[in-house]
Design a protein around this ligand. Sequence first.
Ligand code: SF4
Ligand code: SF4
Length: 114
Amino acid sequence: MPPYVIPDKCDGCQGEQEPLCELVCPGNLMVIQEHTGKAVCRDVGDCWDCMTCTKSCPRQAIQTRIQYQLAFVPGKLVPVVGPHSVTWTLIDCHGHVERFIMRTLAGDEEEEEM
Ligand code: SF4
Ligand code: SF4
């Protein structure tokens, strides 16, 4: 499920030397295209779908496209990262929307301390 960068949303992290998606990718796969200034996964075959880049983008410019074996092409996953959780919005090929809230470790630790 390789990342898909929405060109209109990506601002290239405003010229940062190392944009966030590039910084966090464990496979060093996210790069800024010289001619567009937008991010792209340079080799989707090497992407192991960790979705770290998807979650890291401050402009929510990266979506995880769901592979055809699991859903038809328009299926996608869009994360919104909060301080204690990640909300994943799943939009299937018929436009049906489901949301899944995953609590993060930071949230668990905070609750344990209370
Ligand atoms: S983190 Fe988001 S805005 Fe920044 S370069 Fe990557 S896709 Fe573009
Ligand atoms: S999903 Fe993971 S491995 Fe694939 S490009 Fe994004 S950060 Fe890199």
